[in-house]
Design a protein around this ligand. Structure first.
Ligand code: SF4
Ligand code: SF4
Ligand code: SF4
Length: 273
């Protein structure tokens, strides 16, 4: 599988079909991998794929959008690639998608893999198997049954640990604003003091910005150094976007994210005023 992936990358670079191949290489730590940008055909041998290849590499595509890039994508990453194509952050003709057949990496998301199919990829490495796994929303349903004060107590406990490192934002494929509200000083939307209240405001605004665009890829939860349960938020958003707007982010490159369009009468929304 790695050999096949390396051959594809080498050919794309040698024929100058792309300027970059974004993939994974072995890290200095045994058994670990890290993202790598390759621009020489002879360096394609560095590419690896194994269970440590957890990163969602689509986050790098908007950074090279003026050039042509190939990206290694697992089924779940492909959803993010579709979403950022749809949002015009990259041009489809500038991206070569090298899909890798995946049976799981070292991530909690894989036990409930929603999609490992590689529809729309330009190349498919390996054979995609039906993993027979499905989404599990039982934790969300349990959380929804809590009272408002219980929910507040839970999130206070989570966000008192937040150190506002912004890793969750930096790894998110749909958090690409060059001028993020969290960095603004004039006007200042967010106090720079790191405390539970401000930490919650940061994540509330971020979640509002990614509603209906988040593909529940879990990159943010994986990156959080203090283990905040961000998947409770991202799964809830996916569930609500489906229920309220019949929208699944990353499913295709044509449909519009729910908050970028509107209908005079939204079937799933009950107006109370
Ligand atoms: S969620 Fe599915 S496609 Fe994504 S890494 Fe896990 S098994 Fe592979
Ligand atoms: S990655 Fe975790 S600690 Fe860092 S800002 Fe996000 S929620 Fe807070
Ligand atoms: S799961 Fe997190 S990183 Fe992935 S798209 Fe949603 S908010 Fe962004």
């Amino acid at each position: 599988m790695e050999k096949e992936m390396q051959e594809i990358a080498k050919k794309l670079l040698a024929e100058k079909k792309v300027d970059w191949v974004i993939g994974y290489e072995n890290s200095f730590e045994p058994g670990a991998s890290r993202p790598v940008f390759i621009n020489k055909p002879e360096d394609a041998v560095k590419l690896v794929f194994n269970k440590s290849c957890v990163n969602n590499l689509s986050v790098y595509l908007p950074k090279v959008k003026k050039q042509k890039a190939a990206v290694i994508a697992k089924g779940c990453d492909l959803r993010s690639v579709r979403e950022i194509i749809k949002e015009h952050q990259i041009l489809r003709e500038n991206v070569v998608i090298i899909g890798v057949a995946c049976e799981g990496v070292d991530s909690s998301k894989c036990a409930t893999c929603r999609e490992n199919k590689l529809d729309g990829a330009d190349f498919t490495v390996g054979a995609v198997k039906d993993l027979g796994r499905k989404e599990d929303l039982s934790d969300i349903e349990k959380f929804e049954k809590l009272s408002s004060s219980e929910k507040e107590a839970f999130w206070n406990k989570e966000f008192e640990r937040c150190i506002r490192c912004y890793a969750c934002r930096n790894v998110c494929p749909v958090c690409y604003c060059p001028d993020c509200f969290a960095n603004r000083l004039m006007p200042e939307y967010l106090n720079k003091v790191v405390n539970t209240a401000e930490n919650k405001v940061f994540q509330q605004i971020r979640m509002q910005h990614v509603f209906g665009r988040c593909t529940d890829c879990r990159a943010c939860e994986e990156a959080c150094p203090v283990g905040i349960k961000l998947s409770l938020l991202t799964k809830k958003m996916s569930k609500d976007a489906k229920k309220l707007f019949n929208y699944e982010s990353g499913k295709d490159t044509d449909s519009r994210p729910p908050l970028s369009t509107f209908k005079v009468d939204e079937e799933g929304i009950v107006e109370i005023m």
